[in-house]
Design a protein around this ligand. Structure first.
Ligand code: NAD
Ligand code: 44H
Length: 380
């Protein structure tokens, strides 16, 4: 039996990785979450339900037979010592703390299981993090373990092509759309080839930039516009005529930029980023898709990165700039980073906040366009 450890038992951890591994033969799964509510709920009930929207059918899958721990509970570190693969299914800003804790287990692993290979896979929509993550491991591990770590452990990034939502991270009813695989950077030191929805791929960094721009850029645009229009779900804004037209325009601008900037054919781009329609319609909340607007508006991310790319190639970026203006207006009180964003606008002004987050200079044309739309939309 191979052992998979999932760090982060929230929406995607349970609804995608956990559900997928439960379908795979020969895998035992352990979840670790920092939030006691998540683990208590999973343990008290002993199962959770996932509604899986595939292309041709909808599966109702009751997942059971897992172990689940908080970091404080005995069993957590033993899982780090024993696992063949560890999936980090957490937000980018949660990675440093998780790495620090995992290193305690790795230190013991070197003593107890020195010859067992370990693969750690990071599941986020943030690209170019892997060098920093590797550095974090070396900073937290004692020097005498470094050669062992280099020999036995691989750290890999991935491209997530899945939407998975639930009422909260602790919810035991989850819905997911299963139409494309998780792409995992290779080479691996564990065989995942028999697991459905997981495949290895080359050129992951390049493809991840493209996927985050083309898929998550319009997705963020739809969430920010949807919130502005008073909707709660992505489904509502996508079936609003004006909303659908705007999202399409953002997608068109980003696609043109990507095809100019990256060495990809239209067919390769389609294979990477076209999501076939799934049976039924999974309800996806704007709250989740807009979550952490600061990350989404930051230099190099899905919107600012796309705008910079289009600008550099002399291509239109007007709809992207407008989507960013909707982002700067996003003031959902339940989202801590939206509150921080609004505080920054209130205290430093919108212009300074745009410059600080997006990295475009005060006088840059993209800054001026975002500012123009922000002021128009605020007045409207
Ligand atoms: N949900 C999706 O559809 C989706 C799609 C693509 C990518 N992602 C990415 O997957 C990651 C997780 O997203 P999600 O929707 O599952 O979020 P979520 O908030 O539902 O789940 C994250 C879980 O990680 C836990 N966590 C945080 N720090 C931890 C730590 N140090 N140790 C253990 N657990 C910790 C949290 O308590 C939470 O339960 C994010 O990077 C997100 O961008 C999600
Ligand atoms: O997870 P985030 O916050 O980076 O982005 C929200 C969504 O755009 C994202 O989770 C998508 O649903 C997913 O990346 C689709 O593959």
């Amino acid at each position: 039996m191979k052992h998979a450890l999932i760090i982060g038992a929230g929406r995607l951890g349970k609804g995608f990785i956990g559900e997928t591994l439960a379908n795979a033969e020969g895998w035992k799964t352990t979840f670790i979450d920092i939030d006691e509510n998540v683990i208590e709920a999973m343990k008290n009930k002993g199962y959770y339900d996932v509604c899986v929207h595939r292309e041709t059918r909808i599966d109702e899958h009751r997942v059971r037979g897992y172990d689940a721990y908080t970091w404080k509970q005995s069993g957590a570190m033993e899982s780090v010592i024993d696992a063949d693969v560890i999936y980090f299914v957490i937000y980018p800003e949660q990675i440093p703390q998780a790495v620090c804790t995992v290193c305690e287990g790795l230190y013991r692993r070197k003593q107890q299981q020195p010859d067992k290979k370990l693969c750690m896979i990071f599941i986020t929509n943030k690209n170019h993090l892997m060098k920093d993550i590797e550095q974090m491991f070396y900073e937290h591990l004692p020097e005498e373990t470094h050669a062992w770590f280099q020999e036995q452990v691989v750290l890999r990034d991935s491209i997530v092509r899945r939407s998975t939502d639930a009422q909260s991270n602790a919810a035991l009813n989850i819905r997911t759309t299963a139409v494309l695989s998780l792409l995992i950077q290779q080479p691996l030191n564990v065989d995942l080839s028999a697991i459905e929805w997981m495949e290895t791929c080359d050129q992951l960094e390049l493809l991840k930039d493209v996927k985050v721009f083309v898929v998550n850029g319009p997705h963020a645009a739809s969430a920010f516009l949807g919130y502005y229009k008073g909707y709660e779900t992505i489904n509502e804004i996508s079936s609003d005529e004006e909303g659908a037209a705007f999202i399409k325009e953002v997608e068109k601008e980003i696609t043109e930029g990507v095809l100019q900037h990256y060495p990809l054919t239209k067919k390769q781009l389609y294979n990477l980023s076209h999501f076939p329609a799934a049976k039924g319609e999974m309800v996806d909340y704007i709250y989740r898709v807009a979550y952490d607007p600061i990350r989404k508006l930051t230099k190099g991310d899905r919107l600012a990165g796309s705008a910079a790319m289009c600008y550099a190639h002399g291509l239109p970026y007007d709809a992207i700039a407008k989507a960013m203006a909707y982002g700067f207006l996003y003031d959902e009180p339940r989202d801590k980073q939206a509150v921080v964003l609004q505080k920054s606008i209130h205290e430093e002004g919108i212009l300074q906040t745009i410059v600080k987050l997006t990295g475009f200079a005060k006088e840059h044309e993209v800054t001026k366009r975002i500012l123009y739309y922000y002021e128009q939309l605020k007045k409207a």
